[in-house]
Design a protein around this ligand. Structure first.
Ligand SMILES: [Zn+2]
Length: 168
């Protein structure tokens, strides 16, 4: 099923009215209706909000709505190594020497761990990595990712107590 903008607005309006009603019952002395016409909401969303989303993405900016989702333009993949020549060679020769050893040859190896620590603090590796990142171009494809607690919150309606967001 596809939901269009008019249906979304109708549902939004329903949700607003519900909260409005609830507030009127709970706090009648301070209640002031904030319901507005469907026409106004439709105009704001269709003619302003959605075009603003598009302009933001066109500029190459990412949109992150906490606890909901992230929308961003995808980037082209850049061919090449992420390490400087010296460390790329070191990694290659380590790989050759430890072929077929599996994960133990890496995670359990002090030599490998030392090499990885070295590349992380190496300035040439850092600038190479940045170079690769800068060479990536924005495409017209878009990725839409729900937040880690997106489904949990929707199900429980626990908007008042969001779970801590895990960093990726
Ligand atoms: Zn390096």
């Amino acid at each position: 099923m596809t939901v269009g903008i008019s249906e979304l607005v109708e549902r939004t309006l329903e949700s607003v009215k519900k909260e409005d009603e609830k507030l009127r019952e709970e706090l009648p002395e301070v209640w002031k209706s904030f319901t507005t016409s469907e026409k106004i909401i439709l105009k704001v969303i269709k003619d302003h909000f959605i075009p603003v989303v598009r302009e933001t993405l066109k500029k190459g900016e990412e949109i992150e709505v906490k606890n909901f989702f992230t929308i961003k333009r995808q980037k082209t993949k850049v061919k090449g190594n992420k390490r400087c020549d010296k460390h790329e060679k070191a990694v290659e020769s380590y790989n050759k020497a430890n072929k077929g050893k599996g994960i133990e040859g890496y995670a359990g190896s002090p030599i490998w761990r030392k090499l990885m620590a070295e590349t992380r603090s190496c300035n040439s590796c850092k600038s190479k990595k940045k170079q690769m990142k800068d060479a990536a171009k924005l495409t017209t494809r878009i990725s839409f990712k729900p937040s880690p607690n997106f489904w949990i919150i929707t199900k429980k309606k626990a908007a008042t107590k969001p779970r801590p967001v895990r960093s990726r």
